[in-house]
Design a protein around this ligand. Structure first.
Ligand code: ADP
Ligand code: MG
Length: 744
């Protein structure tokens, strides 16, 4: 009897084991098991002969734990080491000491008489042979040592697959199951057309699956992985290509440009020349809007590159076609600010319905959660009657009973703050059944591979030049450890700016009323793990908080200035009032969390001081500093840090100091992030199901797969012509990730 990829595991390995695999690892078919790739491989080393080890040897030894002892760090004079374990092991012939630094779990993981495979490099410390921080895989008590050696002998050329496990499953069980399944497995048909495989020089699926579990040598393993990596890239891109194909199938209201409408009137009174980029992107969008299928476009551009004008012109084109536009902002502060600035740039053209307004004028309606009941009722009426040409709001708009008369265009500002589901919900806010055109704007430069996956369903436009007259921002790292006096100098500088009538932001990583802190407002990125070790003695001090810093400044260095605070947990009305006061110049210094990161635009703010700067990601620092120097005076950004000069945290700050290129910083940030985080948790909080594919390293594969997927899907989103591909897609990409990509 043979098995296929879609055969239930119970038929291959028996009901009881199948249930365990299902419960512990959610593996239900033969294909699931075979796509559960080894996380690494142990090479059989001098398995039984510890006595012949040489310094520098890379070895894997099967050994028993003799003794586990904990050492206190201080006596060894290594400030970075908080705890050390010495684990003495034996194979029966010789003994060897394994040393672990800062592995708090070792005492629990390894106990005398435990059997395990240890692998690492042999070194010498004070004339004793040892392995520093070996990797190890423990055997369970019920494995007889003799069995273990036999088991290891059974692998081709001694390359032993080590699988990701979960509690209650042993390596032995998984290795055995894979062995059985591979023996039963019929030749696996390849879902990927052979022309593609040949063109890319990829091995067939059957070979790849067998070799990833039983590699005869490194070369075969590399080939197997290359093929499986392609499968993942192709699966992701197929999901996206299908989504694009389906979206194309929807009808949309065409909104062609007209020569004498609101847009033309607006262009005529525009106080500046559009940049070349704004014009080119504008043309592209104008064309999209005129078609009978919905636009789905991502507009990228640095802070201050003039995205809003581009979006506004798109909205006006839609209004000229007799439809409505909605602009969604991530916060109430931003929504209010957008509404204000749209009213300003539109001038009389935004006074629709009022006495004396030009005939083509439209009405701008702000709809946020903090409106009074009466104001809200009026706003809803304007929206439902079609009076409101432009509605500005937050995503609260999505959850409440808001219906548009003729929604034609949805603009989402700073998409990374929006959940995908919310974007989807908005698409349903159109009573006549046709989805609106969608324009997503983001100022976060998105590395290309991420754009191709996470935003892979959208067409992309990028504004690369900044409007003329924008002065550059100068960034300086203020290292408190190296130059204790500089912080005072920084506050002095803030006073000088204030004396010139300019304003300053002071950004802190934390709000400060402790309850849910650590997650700091809207976004402290995970601290660099390396720094915990490199941090010297004692625990790292908690991040600086808004309230604490504001108190300190108002009692000291900035006592004579007008200080305000802003963070995500203030009531919306207070937030709005504070932003208004800051915009109006009634506050000199705004102490805030990263709430100000997103789109806040106060041209008079010329300086930013970021406290505990090493706690932020590079992209985020870049975003933050974009908030200053929006006027013509240029801006200053100070990155205040207590990080040691030699740490990675400091290296990142130096990189932000040196480069003004947001894309370069975004790519660098990606390198520091754990894989997985990119596809999954960036937005939906789920982890990625990509195992072999790296968004960082595999750009070429992703690009290739993208064009292959486009060709395969063509105009057949259900993949009827390639049933095997649909199946592969289901087995490679976890269902929720699929849904996540589907929703885009
Ligand atoms: P973004 O939303 O991309 O951060 P904005 O659209 O808010 O940028 O533009 C930033 C500022 O630059 C605004 O005050 C806007 O009026 C101004 N601006 C936009 N385009 C131009 C241009 N072509 N020339 C001069 N100023 C411009
Ligand atoms: Mg903006």
């Amino acid at each position: 009897m043979g098995v296929w990829l879609n055969t239930p595991l119970a038929e291959a390995v028996g009901g009881k084991t199948a249930r365990t695999l299902q419960d512990k690892l959610a593996l239900s078919t033969v294909g699931d098991l075979l796509r559960h790739y080894p996380r690494r491989y142990n090479q059989r080393g001098q398995l039984t002969d510890l006595s012949r080890l040489q310094i520098g040897d890379k070895v894997t030894v099967l050994a028993r734990v003799l003794k586990v002892s904990k050492r206190q760090p201080r006596q060894y004079g290594r400030g970075k080491v908080k705890i050390m374990y010495d684990v003495v092991i034996t194979d029966g012939n010789g003994v060897l000491t394994c040393t672990f630094f800062n592995r708090w779990d070792i005492g629990k993981q390894l106990q005398p008489n435990d059997e395990a495979l240890f692998s690492g490099t042999i070194s010498r410390f004070r004339d004793v042979l040892q392995i520093t921080s070996p990797q190890f895989d423990k055997f369970k008590d019920d494995d007889e040592p003799v069995d273990q050696i036999e088991r290891i002998e059974m692998f081709a050329n001694g390359i032993i697959p080590i699988y990701p496990l979960s509690e209650g499953l042993t390596q032995a069980t998984l290795q055995e199951c894979v062995k059985v399944v591979l023996q039963l497995l019929d030749d696996v048909p390849d879902p990927v057309p052979s022309e593609l495989l040949a063109a890319h020089g990829l091995s067939d699926l059957d070979t790849a699956l067998r070799n990833v579990h039983r590699p005869g040598n490194q070369k075969l393993l590399d080939q197997a992985r290359e093929r499986l990596r392609y499968d993942e890239a192709l699966s992701v891109q197929l999901v996206l290509a299908r989504r694009r194909a389906r979206a194309r199938d929807y009808p949309a209201e065409p909104c062609p440009r007209i020569p004498d409408g609101l847009l033309a009137a607006f262009d005529a009174r525009l106080p500046f020349e559009l940049t070349g980029g704004q014009r080119a992107v504008g043309e592209q969008i104008a064309k999209d809007l005129a078609t009978i299928h919905p636009m789905n476009r991502l507009l990228q551009g640095e802070v201050g590159s003039g995205k809003t004008v581009v979006a506004l012109r798109a909205m006006l084109q839609v209004i000229d076609a007799g439809r409505q536009a909605v602009l969604l902002a991530p916060t109430e502060v931003l929504a209010a600010q957008h509404a204000r600035s749209l009213r300003t740039v539109l001038g009389p053209l935004g006074h629709g319905g009022e006495l004396g307004a030009p005939a083509e004028a439209t009405k701008i309606t702000l709809l946020t959660g903090s409106l009074s009941t009466a104001a809200r009722r009026e706003a809803l009426l304007d929206i439902a009657s079609g009076q409101a040409g432009i509605t500005v709001g937050t995503h609260a708009l999505l959850s409440e009973g808001v219906f548009f008369a003729e929604l034609g265009l949805m603009v989402v500002d700073e998409q990374h703050r929006f959940g995908v589901e919310q974007r989807d919900a908005l698409r349903t806010k159109h009573p006549d059944g046709n989805p609106p055109h969608v324009l997503v704007m983001t100022a976060t430069p998105i590395p290309r591979t991420v754009a191709m996956t996470v935003y892979g369903d959208l067409d992309t436009s990028t504004l690369t030049e900044l409007p003329r007259g924008r002065a550059p921002i100068s960034t300086t790292v203020v290292s408190v450890t190296e130059h204790p006096g500089w912080l005072d100098r920084a506050w002095q500088r803030v006073r000088e700016e204030a004396a010139k009538g300019h304003q300053t932001y002071v950004v802190c990583p934390k709000i400060g009323d402790d309850a849910q802190d650590g997650r700091a407002g809207s976004g402290v990125e995970p601290a660099d793990p390396g720094e915990f070790e490199a941090d010297g003695d004692g625990p790292r001090r908690p991040p600086l908080a808004v309230q604490q810093v504001a108190d300190m400044l108002s009692a000291g260095a900035l006592a004579d200035l007008r200080l305000g605070i802003l963070h995500g947990r203030l009531p919306p009305t207070e937030k709005d009032a504070m932003m208004r006061a800051f915009s109006a110049g009634e506050v000199d210094v705004l102490v805030a969390t990263t709430v100000i990161e997103v789109g806040v635009d106060v041209p008079n703010a010329s300086m930013m001081v970021i406290m505990d700067a090493e706690r932020f990601g590079m992209s985020q620092l870049h975003q933050l500093r974009g908030r200053v120097g929006r006027g013509s005076t240029g801006g200053v950004c100070l990155l205040v840090t207590e990080a040691d000069p030699e740490t990675r945290g400091m290296a990142r700050l130096r990189a932000v100091e040196k480069t003004a290129d947001g894309f370069a910083l975004a790519e660098a940030d990606l390198e520091l992030r754990r894989e997985g985080d990119v596809l999954g948790t960036t937005q939906a909080g789920r982890s990625s199901s990509l195992r072999q594919l790296s968004l960082l390293r595999d750009r070429e594969v992703i690009e290739q797969a993208r064009s292959d997927a486009q060709g395969l899907v063509g105009d057949d989103p259900s993949l009827r012509r390639f049933p095997g591909l649909a199946e592969m897609l289901a087995s490679v990409i976890a269902e929720d990730s699929q849904e996540y990509l589907e929703k885009g």
